[in-house]
Design a protein around this ligand. Structure first.
Ligand SMILES: [Zn+2]
Length: 297
């Protein structure tokens, strides 16, 4: 079929106008986050003291070499003795006075060191997420608060989970930032853990700060993501607690339900095929919108 010249122009005009009358929602690039996670997880197991851990550190060091990167090296006292650990902090400055921290852990579980546990979801997916978020944050002064990305070491227990045998990196950094006054500048601490899961169901972590939970809920609603968030309420011990304990508004954005009867969690089944670009798009959209909302407070 051919249209007369006049109608062709009208049709072309309508096509040009279409994006203005119905703006397409801009989405975070979850595919990029998944690709970063794939590269990072390809390092293999990265438990503290392993060669893989050293390679994971080098990956982050190299990736952020042109950014404001700080390495926070320390020695953790653990049930297996002193263990060298290292947090990574990347700073993206904003116009407003104050800081929003987005955090994950990047290492894998030491007690699982003999089962080829690569932590695709547990440590890998959220490392990929933060790497892709960095792509959205660099190269400009942010309109709102500064955003600091933190990659914690030593979230996992070295022997068996307790408050003293776990979350070494976050406890170290929260204490240090308490001593030097940094904590007072933090408007919000947002932790991402295990939210690459294809079957995304993020719980409402019981000790998370109410207004921050409300901000994340509002952000999710903007994109029609309500069903993925906060359908059940549950306490989780995680890297946010050292900040909660010191009065920093904090949230743990976590999906602790991973595979049938949680059968992928802390097993060799935690592999790349269990996580998705779609879930990482949802996470990224909600994190960026939450940052925007906090900036308006
Ligand atoms: Zn874990």
């Amino acid at each position: 079929m051919t249209l007369p010249f006049f109608w062709k122009n009208i049709a072309a005009g309508l096509l040009l106008l279409a994006p203005l009358s119905a703006p397409a929602q801009q989405h975070f690039n979850g595919g990029k986050a998944l690709e970063y996670a794939r590269q990072f997880v390809a390092i293999g197991p990265r438990w503290p003291t392993s060669q893989g851990h050293a390679r994971a550190e080098e990956f982050l060091r190299s990736h952020f070499r042109h950014d404001q990167l700080e390495e926070d090296a320390f020695t953790a006292s653990t049930p297996i003795g002193p263990v060298p650990m290292r947090n990574f902090i990347v700073r993206f400055p904003g116009k407003k006075n104050g800081v929003i921290v987005l955090a994950t852990h990047y290492e894998t579980n030491y007690p699982l060191r003999n089962i080829n546990f690569v932590g695709a979801n547990d440590g890998g997916s959220t490392t990929g997420l933060l790497l892709a978020l960095a792509d959205q944050l660099r190269g400009k002064t942010l309109a709102g608060y500064s955003v600091w990305l933190v990659f914690f070491d030593g979230e996992e227990a070295m022997q068996s989970w307790s408050r003293s045998d776990s979350t070494y990196g976050s406890r170290h950094l929260a204490a240090k930032w308490g001593r030097n006054g940094t904590l007072g500048r933090i408007k919000a601490f947002i932790l991402a853990d295990m939210i690459g899961d294809k079957d995304l169901d993020i719980q409402r972590e019981s000790r998370s700060t109410d207004w921050l939970v409300a901000a994340v809920r509002q952000a999710a609603r903007k994109f029609g993501y309500d069903r993925y968030f906060f359908q059940k309420d549950e306490p989780v011990e995680d890297d946010h607690l050292a900040f909660v304990d010191r009065g920093v508004p904090s949230i743990d954005v976590i999906d602790l339900d991973y595979g049938p009867n949680n059968s992928y969690h802390h097993t060799a089944k935690d592999t790349m095929d269990k996580i998705s670009a779609r879930s990482l798009t949802i996470d990224g959209d909600v994190f960026l919108e939450t940052i925007r909302l906090i900036g308006q407070r």
